[in-house]
Design a protein around this ligand. Structure first.
Ligand code: SF4
Length: 321
């Protein structure tokens, strides 16, 4: 395994809740709580979990699209949280994000040519001919045609728009791409094409990818390693096949038992999650999963379990281990 290109340590993001005429902070939404992981060069690292678990906030905090409350983010030896705004703008050509919704992430008044030229004009000193060549080469790479360059986003289907978003994200030649639910707004048949495109581009360009998703089937297909998040924290982290074949955390087990098997002969025992996800404003003391866990013990209500390695490259935060 190659070296980590990104190290995230004890990342926290609390959103203040303000009230009253003096707009005082009354409480916080604890969206991300002490999240730590590293991402190796050229791997796809997935962050998976239900809606509201903090996975997208984690992704955006790495890029400082949302300012983290505390923690460390080190990219290629650079302390990202210590950068000035100007330095951060420089870094953003190396770390790019692909958003979930290709309908809102593309400026409707720009042609595809302008959408793809703009990041090059903003980040590099290139002549028009060079920009034209890079734009044409990129439109070929993402499987669209050069005749599409003079069209506007509304003239494309959802899948084609996501191809344009991907092209815009990678045209600056980034090393790290954060893909935030990049296929969840698309039809299932189109999802597969976009996943294939991302996998091909990753291989061809040597990209490192953080892939954020709620869809376990998609994650299994695309990622090398997975972190499972619940209520702002990592419950389990490991290599994809280990997580899917031998999940340790009761939450991971429950999530996986709900995924339909592709083999009709395989009958799965479903472990249905009961109860509501607690509020991230007042998370429970101890294990945050205790209110829904079928194996809850006394200690789970008193002490928060730490993420510990219990098998090679496989860590879990649970008092059962
Ligand atoms: Fe369940 Fe306790 Fe493990 Fe939390 S620490 S997942 S409550 S057994």
């Amino acid at each position: 395994m190659s070296n980590p290109i990104l190290v995230v340590e004890n990342l926290r993001k609390y959103f203040p809740i303000k009230e009253g005429i003096f707009n005082r902070t009354k409480n916080y939404v604890r969206a991300v709580e002490n999240v730590s992981f590293s991402v190796n060069e050229r791997e796809t690292f997935a962050i998976v979990g239900e809606s509201g678990c903090g996975k997208s906030t984690t992704g955006r905090s790495i890029l400082r699209l949302i300012e983290p409350t505390s923690g460390n983010v080190v990219y290629n030896g650079i302390d990202v949280l210590a950068l000035s705004n100007k330095e951060l703008r420089g870094l953003r050509k190396e770390i790019q994000i692909i958003f979930q919704n290709p309908y809102s992430s593309l400026n409707p008044r720009m042609t595809v040519k302008k959408l793809l030229s703009e990041p090059l004009e903003n980040n590099y000193k290139l002549g028009q001919k060079e920009i034209q060549e890079k734009v044409e080469s990129m439109i070929d790479k993402v499987g669209l045609s050069r005749k599409h360059l003079d069209r506007y986003p509304h003239q494309f289907s959802g899948g084609q728009r996501q191809r344009i978003s991907i092209a815009r994200s990678i045209i600056t030649n980034p090393k790290l791409v954060i893909a935030d639910e990049p296929v969840s707004a698309l039809d299932v048949s189109i999802q597969s094409q976009i996943l294939n495109l991302l996998m091909e581009l990753q291989k061809e360009l040597g990209l490192t990818m953080i892939f954020i998703s709620h869809d376990l089937n998609v994650v299994r297909r695309i990622s090398n390693r997975v972190a499972v998040m619940y209520l702002g924290s990592i419950a389990e982290i490991g290599e994809t096949e280990d997580i899917f074949n031998t999940p340790f955390h009761p939450y991971t087990e429950a999530l996986l038992s709900a995924v339909p098997s592709l083999d009709p002969m395989v009958k799965k025992k479903r472990n249905i999650l009961k109860g509501e996800i607690p509020s991230p404003i007042n998370p429970p003391i101890g294990c945050v999963f205790q209110t829904r866990c079928s194996k809850v013990m006394d200690i789970c209500k008193k002490k928060r379990p730490e993420l510990i390695e219990i098998d090679k490259n496989h860590k879990v935060a649970c008092h059962l281990y």
